[in-house]
Design a protein around this ligand. Structure first.
Ligand code: SF4
Ligand code: SF4
Length: 84
């Protein structure tokens, strides 16, 4: 079972490296729309899902993904539970 990811400045710093460089992030303007980042903690983006082009997910290389035993990835699209 994944552990809950704390919404802290440290988590955001790590997330910026991975979501920040992910090809699905900036091209879809996810940084400009709530909750901006840390989707594994905050849940999916408020961007309309029909307007999001899936260009892959960098969560699998992220230390938070490993530390909290997360599953699925694409938390910006599928929410905290990730892609099934
Ligand atoms: S697992 Fe993904 S959403 Fe969560 S902090 Fe890492 S890059 Fe961001
Ligand atoms: S949650 Fe995954 S797919 Fe979404 S922006 Fe972050 S790294 Fe990319």
């Amino acid at each position: 079972m994944p552990d809950p990811v704390p919404d802290t400045e440290d988590s955001i710093k790590v997330c910026r490296q991975f979501c920040g460089s992910c090809p699905s992030f900036k091209p879809n303007k996810l940084n400009e729309i709530e909750p901006h980042a840390l989707f594994c903690s905050r849940g999916k983006t408020d961007q309309h899902l029909s307007e999001i082009k899936d260009n892959g997910c960098f969560c699998f290389g992220c230390g938070i993904f490993e530390k909290y035993e997360l599953e699925g990835g694409w938390f910006c699209i599928y929410g905290k539970e990730g892609k099934k």
